[in-house]
Ligand binder design. Sequence first.
Ligand code: HEM
Length: 463
Amino acid sequence: MRCSVLAKDTIPALYPPSVKPSARALPLLPFIARFVRNPLRSLPRAVYEQPIVLYGKKRPLVAWVTDPALTDMILVKDATRFPKTRLDRRVLKPVVGDGLLTAEGDHWRWQRKLASPLFRPADIIGYTPIMGDAAREQIARWRSKGSSIVSDLNNDMTDTTFAVIARTILAGIDEAEGAEIKRSGHAYLDPIAWEVAAALLLLPETWWHPGKRRMRQAAIDGRAVVQRLLEHRRQNGGDGDDLVARMLSATNPNSGEPMTDEQLIDNLGTFLLAGHETTAKALTWTLYLLARAPEWQERVRDEVMSVTGGNPITSDHIPQLVITQRVLKESMRLYPPVPVMTRVNAHDAVEVGGKSLPAPTLIVLPIYAIHRHVELWDDPARFDPDRFLPERESTYPRTQFMPFGYGQRVCIGAAFAMIEATTILATLLQGARFAWDGRHAPEPISRVTLRPAGGMPLKVTLI
Ligand code: HEM
């Protein structure tokens, strides 16, 4: 403790890029204009300062909730009154259909039960060598281009995490299919803020907006690849107990029927997308922060070298990489890979934080703003991994730091993602140094996941 405080005093304060909030809630048209550029820009400053803020003159269109106790009420205590929204389903349905991420009620429950055994931390830890291999392959790709190069870490981390998902819970995707899934995933998410804005304004699903045709085509292309993966696995059988095998042999306890092809594609699409894009963003932003804070980069590398002796990361190393995980958490505080969650009081009016919300009001839980709220964090915009020293972390309510959400819909892949991000980050730091060009300060943009505007070019020097 003493040591880390001393070390911290010698490290210059870093205030990495953030989204500038609007000074006050804007009228509808300017609000939508800001929203389509970056939904986080439409958040008024008050959202970072107050427990609950309403938007809308006569009747609230949106309630932004940031207070941990109110968030707990919505996600846990009164969760049945606050289901997921039609907005979520409308925006994501073309890709992930009625799979685990978007389903509700019994249909959600049996899918969750089916997939849960594959995500036990004790089993996932066994994937550590595969995760380390994927990171070493990335280092080899850099090496093939030179010993010191500039590379877009945003693309590189997408490739690395995709390789992991395609070799673990969703085996059997070849390289060309993988490339097509990544391409269609991006093409779908690029214009997504338009679709969210249309849903907010209750415009029909047929309403045209820039990028609409591209989104539709991307959804069709992505699902076609998943369908091919499924046919391939049906013909060739599966290896063991991965997600595809489990879903192919499952029967719905309510109907006794197996999953239809449609349901299988919904779920495989869900896991392919949710299972790599998010962890890729966590790693991209973490490497940016470490490039901006070279002292922290050295501290993490020192820890990795002293725990592993420079050898491949094993499952035994993971719990010992404590500074590495502190840095990952602080990175996900500042740049939560999923920056916003939504719920709705679907059926009846509710009182939340002294404000009455008629049914249905869209309730936005802006993880990005909760993680930077002035009432919850000391000097919130500063990068300070010591916030996650065990004695400090244990004082935060579970809904104050929640990159993986909370309650019954908490991310099923949270342990997978932490083990994966730790293994990949540690392996990359064994093999390379990351440096900032002194200029690139990317705005974090919400496109379901939190992307760096203009990508993430960093200088990579191989060790
Ligand atoms: C750093 C990485 C990740 C982050 C930050 C993240 C974040 C989240 C969040 C915030 C939710 C809750 C959404 C809500 O309640 O509205 C969620 C749900 C989900 N995540 Fe993740 N996730 C990550 C990695 C993964 C991985 C690796 C997988 C799969 C291998 C995955 C699969 C899912 C699924 C299927 C759900 C829906 C669960 C349900 O509703 O029952 N995620 N994730």
